[in-house]
Design a protein around this ligand. Structure first.
Ligand SMILES: [Zn+2]
Ligand SMILES: [Zn+2]
Length: 476
């Protein structure tokens, strides 16, 4: 039996397509771009030489994409054909079989058109990926459909902006915000040093600190050290701000001390020192420092600064008195102030009853000497003031010639005079005046005469005081 007649009409080459058909073809190509599953690759026509089951080649003896006409020649010519195999074009391309005399033969080889799309796609006008496949990013081949996790898309799957793959690479998790990173893969985001999460916990903002100085506002004697002061840093949540760099500065306003500082006299002795002048706060958020007082007086101002501290700078002062003698404690007791305002105040009302009777007796018996009562009852706090004035004057100021102490010397001397204190007569603690059992009475009579009166009035003049304090009477 002869080979089937070659049907020349079926052997349609693209070059033979009419312009109208080309237009439709290109239109379909254009439409394919709009189809999600379509490729930008047009189906390709291949001419297939089919020799049924008789050929020695693979079933059908086809010319596959990437193949060549030799397989067709082998399939056809190897069995029936002696003609020439001609390669036809590229798009599409195929094999044309000719007889030796140039006319088309169909001797033993059935030639038919077949439409080819890229692997895993099908179509006659548009190549569409098969189920389970989708176009690759260039839409030139079909790749297996991969379902991207939440917050991811694309091929291959890419996490959306602001997300990143987890350690397993199977899901997209929120990326760390700016100024944050994961200490190790898979762990929660941690803000970088110097940053902290905002209230919402979603972004890292610079850590805000509060700076303070402690242990200042005190007096440090010349050449002494103050070792209890420190700068302290707290975070906005009140916790300790450790590792925060704090800088310290020291300035001094010299005390007026009689030297002419304008011409450079006595300048350096007013300068104290700080150590350290800067450093990072410790685990408790503190930077301790030592202030070393100079030998001369002045007001020292310590200024602390820190970069992210909301209230930076902060200041504190230390007073170094040019005079090493402390002033008296301020008088705050209103009862003492009464005596301070009127040192001649005679508070007979708070004498004990028996002392009141004894004093009345003495006033009566010594009436000829016009008895004048000076100090009677003294509040203990006032008695202490007298002790303080006496000691301050006698022990620290009377012979102090330092210019820096001149003002205090004048002041204490005034107290000493106001309270009619005597160098020879030291006020003592537990004085019977504070118990209401002593009175100072001036009597203008000879001592011997006075001494004749008091025994009859339950009074007594201590022999040890009769010379130094002749006005002092106690109950007996
Ligand atoms: Zn000075
Ligand atoms: Zn006083």
């Amino acid at each position: 039996m002869d080979a089937p007649a070659f049907d020349a009409k079926r052997f349609v080459r693209p070059a033979l397509l009419t312009p109208q058909l080309w237009f439709v073809f290109m239109l379909l190509m254009g439409c394919s771009l709009a189809n999600a599953g379509s490729l930008n690759v047009a189906p390709q026509s291949w001419w297939v030489a089919n020799i049924g089951n008789t050929g020695p080649g693979p079933n059908g003896g086809t010319v596959e994409p990437g193949g060549n006409c030799e397989s067709c020649l082998q399939a056809s010519g190897g069995y029936h054909w002696t003609g020439v195999l001609t390669f036809i074009g590229n798009t599409p391309f195929g094999c044309q079989f000719t007889r030796g005399d140039g006319s088309i033969q169909d001797n033993g080889c059935t030639v038919s058109e077949s439409i080819y799309c890229p692997a895993n796609s099908t179509g006659t006008t548009t190549c569409t990926c098969n189920s389970g496949y989708q176009p690759d990013p260039t839409a030139t081949s079909c790749v297996p459909v991969v379902t991207c996790p939440t917050h991811a898309s694309g091929t291959p799957c890419t996490c959306d902006e602001g997300y990143e793959f987890d350690v397993a690479g199977t899901s997209c998790v929120a990326s760390c915000p700016a100024h944050a990173s994961r200490p190790s893969p898979g762990t929660p985001c941690a803000c970088d040093a110097g940053y902290q999460f905002d209230a919402a916990g979603t972004s890292c903002i610079p850590v805000q600190y509060t700076l303070s100085l402690s242990g200042l506002g005190v007096k440090v004697m010349p050449k002494n050290d103050l070792k209890t002061a420190y700068a302290e840093v707290k975070k906005s949540d009140g916790s300790d701000g450790s590792g925060v760099q704090v800088n310290l500065q020291l300035s001094v306003v010299p005390e007026e001390d009689g030297y002419n500082h304008a011409v450079g006299q006595h300048t350096a002795p007013h300068d104290g020192s700080l150590a350290p002048l800067s450093g990072a706060t410790d685990s408790n958020g503190k930077l301790p420092f030592v202030f070393s007082a100079p030998e001369a007086g002045g007001i020292h101002t310590i200024t602390a600064t820190c970069a992210n501290c909301l209230n930076s700078p902060v200041t504190g002062t230390i007073t170094v008195p040019g005079c090493e003698v402390d002033d008296l404690p301020p008088i705050t007791d209103p009862e003492v102030q009464l005596f301070e305002d009127n040192p001649d105040r005679s508070d007979e009302a708070r004498l004990t009853d028996r002392m009141k009777e004894a004093l009345a007796c003495l006033k009566r018996d010594a009436a000829a000497g016009s008895p004048n009562v000076g100090s009677a009852y003294r509040p203990p706090a006032y008695n202490q003031h007298l002790i303080d004035v006496w000691e301050k004057w006698i022990r620290e100021l009377k012979d102090n010639e330092k210019p820096a102490c001149a003002a205090l010397k004048t002041k204490i001397q005034a107290h000493f005079k106001t309270h009619k204190l005597k160098e020879s007569q030291q006020p003592v603690e537990g004085s019977l005046h504070t118990l209401g059992e002593a009175v100072d009475v001036t009597i203008s009579l000879p001592p011997a005469t006075i001494d004749a009166f008091w025994p009859g009035c339950h009074l007594y003049r201590p022999p040890s005081l009769r010379i130094t304090d002749p006005v002092h009477f106690i109950y007996r």
